[in-house]
Design a protein around this ligand. Structure first.
Ligand code: HEC
Length: 180
């Protein structure tokens, strides 16, 4: 019986549909996001081994699961549409420089892309809150991510709050764009 344990553990690891990345790239991911898949893996592994007594070695802590292009979550075209929308609408009252740099990044560092989307789409433009199409707000979010040094990727940000919730507004570590 004891012999099958390593195999079971390997199966648990193989069953994880998520690529591994060095911990260095994980700074932009909220702890909740990181821990969920690991908890699932730990639970399924623990249940297969429970009949044998306490597990001898816990799941390794070092590998952290996340999508590989963690920061490249919008496309260049989307950011450009967002810039046009920003200039046409938001720039009536805002400078784009309000949405980048130390102060902006500090106040948003612990919040998600979904939070930012929800804030602007429910409160802005101040004279017509919610007055734009959801896709237009999403474009502006892409533009703001670009302003803050996030690299553009293949696809547009999806209009899916659950997906956006898994991405942090915290600026990516310097060089994230070159790491790919
Ligand atoms: C008619 C003027 C006006 C327009 C147009 C406008 N805003 Fe605002 N916005 C404001 C005001 C006023 C505030 C509140 C500032 C404060 O309380 O510090 C604000 C606040 C914000 C904040 C919160 C700032 C922070 O520090 O968290 C964000 C984000 C924002 N606006 C984004 C946008 C975006 C994106 C658009 C375009 C879709 C937009 N605004 C259009 C007037 C405007």
């Amino acid at each position: 019986m004891a012999r099958s344990l390593p195999l079971q553990r390997a199966a648990c690891n193989l069953g994880r549909p998520i690529k591994l990345l060095p911990a260095k790239n994980m700074r932009t991911v909220g702890t909740l996001v990181i821990s969920l898949p690991l908890v699932v893996v730990a639970a399924s592994c623990a249940s297969t081994g429970s009949a044998e007594g306490p597990p001898t070695d816990p799941p390794a802590a070092a590998p952290v699961a996340a999508p590989s292009d963690e920061t490249a979550i919008f496309s260049q075209a989307q950011a450009e549409r967002g810039r046009a929308t920003f200039r046409a609408i938001c720039a009536e009252c805002h400078y784009s420089s309000e949405f980048r740099g130390t102060q902006f990044q500090f106040s948003w560092r612990r919040r998600s892309v979904a939070d930012f989307f929800e804030e602007i789409s429910s409160t802005m433009p101040e004279d017509a809150p919610g007055g734009l199409e959801p896709a237009q707000y999403l474009d502006v979010v892409a533009y703001v991510l670009e302003l803050n040094g996030f690299p553009a990727g293949e696809g547009d940000l999806p209009l899916d709050l659950e997906a956006l919730e898994t991405h942090s507004m915290a600026a990516p570590p310097a060089g994230a764009a070159r790491a790919r």
